[in-house]
Design a protein around this ligand. Sequence first.
Ligand code: IMP
Length: 498
Amino acid sequence: MAVYLDDVSRTFGEYLLLPGLTTKECLPGNVSLKTPLVKHRTGEKSQIELNIPFVSAIMQAVSDDGLAIALARNGGLSFIFGSQPIASQAEMVRKVKKFKAGFVVSDSNVKPDSTLAEVLAIVKRTGHSTIGVTEDGTPNGKLLGMVTSRDYREGKDDNNTPVKEFMTPFSKLVTGKVGISLSEANNIIWDNKLNTLPIIDKDQNLQYFVFRKDYDSHRENPYELSDPTDKKLLVGAGINSRDYMERVPALVEAGVDVLCIDSSDGYSEWQCDTLKWIKKNYAGKVLVGAGNVVDAEGFNYLVEAGADFIKVGIGGGSICITREQKGIGRGQATALIDVAKARDEYAAKTGYYVPICSDGGLVHDYHMVLALAMGADFLMMGRYFARFDESPSKRLKIGNNYVKEYWGEGSNRAQNWQRYDSGGSESLKFEEGVDSYVPYAGKMKDNLEITLGKIKSTMCSCGTIDIRELQANAKITLVSSTSIVEGGAHDVILKEQS
Ligand code: IMP
């Protein structure tokens, strides 16, 4: 006979937190959102700790190098999507590792023989008025000069004038050498009253620009998640259980810090094989998470196979139709509570703490703090990040509203069939995700400030100033459907919202 579980599959919207004693110490400014990312001995520190408990979903519409840089600069971590050729995924990882705050690879470059008309076209396309003049017109070619808007008069000068006639030539440029720090670069900028400092290598090849206007940007990112020794941003990448023997070496070579096997159903021998192969061949070189699972059995299986963290959640993602298509899954809150219990039992039994990640279905900001209180060490989100400027998808105007595109990895658009692969015939394919829009929300940093502010405020109401304390002391209650209605504005006539 089938096994029937006694509990009901529940999700975050069915729970609330009760306040605890808010002591005078409980101020949002005192709250730490640091959290472990990977397996460690209980009582010790995890090799990687996130500064905010957020990671971005392993999805084409979410996690490319641009979003990964933005999120790491704000204290979280991205897993670059794996549903792309190995070389392009490795290149994205490389770009994140190469990123240096304040050091910008020039996206506007011309050759000395290019014309003013070409300069004007580039300025229009990129919106950037500082242009590198390199021998071959590439971002890293030999630097021969620079053009800014002070070098020509649009509308007055002949558009056919070659760049070499009006550029500031190399001999008159102040430059910095590769390897200098941002503060050294800024000192040169101040001492010489420059707006831009080109950074060159020993062969005079342009490497970066440092801009005066970016002077404050590093100080605006106190939570930046970087390697303490080489200061490079941390980045993760998604892998699958089919081509891992080729993909993992390329990603490690590119400098990836942590991998995650990406599957809608991770409780499989395929994931076990993948984990064992990585641990055998890359132990000490890269860390690897696995999933997704929704119960203790799945958790214990993948932990025994060597996973460094476990991802929880099947069917709760905003773009997900797995439950409708296959009838598998579990309410996200119930799954998380069950797996958190298994993690704590495993830690008590073995002395090893294996962090868990709640993946998908986090809609409101309060869901995030509930998930943390229920035991999640960190949260993976797709929809949340897809809405921001930094996500790779297109922004469109529909009616009076701006939206961004957001599509599931199991949709026909992404065609990430490995994620839904059960090891059998390649031809057995059906969609488990949809192609959709999400409301455009602007800059990541502004949104994170609000979300994290709310989380910290709730934690203070619960009388806690770190995630461990929240997990240990939170009081959580189920709510009836009637009291859910009571939770929003009710029995009033709302004034029209602007
Ligand atoms: P969201 O934050 O609710 O949008 O959920 C994002 C999560 O949904 C991802 O991290 C994946 O675990 C999952 N996901 C991504 N694409 C699909 C899909 O096409 N079908 C089902 N689940 C998906």
